[in-house]
Ligand binder design. Structure first.
Ligand code: GLU
Length: 451
């Protein structure tokens, strides 16, 4: 099939999807970003069209939406909505996090689940793709309220889970505390000590060492690989990071370990610029212990730090930008500012933080760009390592997990790089990652028949 016919056909698949699933802009965006890369593969392999592999991949295998009733500390009745989208299990059990945030709706969960299929495929490990969550906002809630919410959420969700079926983990708003409550309720309802049903567990009860750090660490390792190709490294480089959750924190940590000078973090209220370099211990105390805000960091840090509520963190001049907050946080205007200030690499710690317009600007300027599917896959890869430890009733040392993580990140980098080169797009990691991941999933889908 000529390449133009393939492009037209992919466009028709996309148009059909938009008609069928209206009101899901983030999902459409995630699908479009992948389909844009696939024309050369579809042109070369007519069986993909004949067996409708692309149409099958954009349709989740199963979508669960449920009511989550719970009581607040005043005895008031609260109702939230829970989701689990089991997107594709051709490569292994559905795998992907749970997000608790007021913005969560079906379209957001589908975008995240769709991305997760390809991200998980890139790790080379045996995990399918899924995602879930709720519009519940844990911010400002007491521990007791969070526990009651998690118990109610799991009371419904548990029937869809299992170590060989569907294995959730954390995402925005779901960390160690929430996973503990979720696991406890699963264990109570099922009367099974099934460690492999959730990942990101506490290291004292089945969790893998370095899982908490893995997404941020992995993104920095991926960035270092991209810089190596360009004959440089992170030593002495100025780095800006957005966000101040789990991903951002351990991005700062690993970048500092590799000698970078990290000057920003942010949250929904604003960003902090700290010319002396972020004090990680202070930031961890505020975020992980006190569950505070970055404005508290600026207040306690002294004169080197400034809290800024106007404008964007991407206006701060930098060599390397690591968006680690949330989707569509880095816009075209931001990309123009970054390029004007001489950025050389942008790598996505969050899922889909860069808008398509911003990506175009970065591409045209020749900036090294690490797409989320590849660059932030270290988290879920370490989840798969946690599942492996659980299956063997084993517990690895931190060094062993870190070594494996570094190996996976290197292999993802090389796969994306080589695939991009093979398809005539040298240095285009986004295209390389999309094609390599798609081919792995598509081959499994084809081999397993029409299901
Ligand atoms: N939520 C993470 C992600 O976006 C991790 C998922 C997992 O470990 O299952 O990849």
């Amino acid at each position: 099939m000529p390449s133009t016919a393939a492009t037209d056909w992919l466009a028709s698949v996309e148009a059909a999807l938009q008609r069928r699933d209206p009101g899901e802009p983030e999902f459409h965006q995630a699908v479009q970003e992948v389909l844009e890369s696939l024309a050369p593969v579809v042109a070369a392999r007519p069986e993909l069209r004949e067996h409708r592999v692309v149409e099958r991949l954009v349709e989740p295998e199963r979508q669960v939406i449920f009511r989550v009733p719970w009581q607040d500390d005043q005895g008031g009745v609260r109702i939230n909505r829970g989701f689990r989208v089991e997107f594709n299990s051709a490569l292994g059990p559905y795998k992907g996090g749970l997000r608790f945030h007021p913005s969560v709706n079906l379209g957001i969960v589908k975008f995240l689940g769709f991305e997760q299929i390809f991200k998980n495929a890139l790790t080379g490990l045996g995990i399918g793709g899924g995602k879930g969550g709720s519009d519940f906002d844990p911010r400002g809630r007491s521990d007791a309220e969070v526990m009651r919410f998690c118990q109610s959420f799991m009371t419904e969700l548990h029937r869809h889970l299992g170590e060989h079926t569907d294995v959730p983990a954390g995402d925005i708003g779901v960390g160690g505390r929430e996973l503990g409550y979720l696991f406890g309720q699963y264990r109570r309802i099922t009367n099974r000590w099934e460690a492999g049903v959730l990942t990101g567990k506490g290291t004292g009860w089945g969790g893998s060492r370095v899982r908490t750090e893995a997404t941020g660490y992995g993104n920095v390792l991926f960035t270092a690989e991209m810089l190596k190709v360009r004959g440089t490294d992170l030593e002495g480089r100025r780095v800006t990071v957005s966000g101040s959750g789990n991903v951002a924190l351990y991005t700062v940590a690993k970048a500092q370990q590799l000698g970078a000078h990290v000057v920003t973090v942010s949250d929904s209220g604003g960003y902090v610029i700290d010319e002396k370099g972020i004090d990680l211990a202070l930031l961890q105390q505020i975020k992980e212990v006190e569950r505070g805000r970055v404005s508290d960091y600026a207040e306690r840090r002294g004169t080197s730090a400034r809290y800024v509520t106007e404008g964007s963190v991407w206006e701060v001049p930098t060599d390397v930008a690591l968006p680690s907050a949330t989707q569509n946080e880095l816009t075209e205007t931001d990309a123009i500012a970054l390029v004007r200030n001489g950025v050389t690499a942008v790598s996505e710690g969050a899922n889909m933080p860069t808008t398509p317009e911003a990506l175009r600007v970065l591409r045209e300027a020749g900036v090294a760009f690490g797409p989320a599917k590849a660059a932030n896959a270290g988290g879920v890869a370490t989840s798969a390592l946690e599942m492996r430890q659980n299956a063997a009733r084993d517990s690895w040392t931190a060094d062993r997990v870190e070594d494996e993580l570094a190996g996976v990140m290197r292999s993802i980098h090389d796969t994306a790089y080589e695939t991009a080169e093979r398809y005539g797009r040298p240095g285009d990691y986004a295209t390389g990652a999309n094609i390599a991941a798609f081919e792995r999933v598509a081959d499994a889908v084809l081999a397993q028949g029409l299901i």
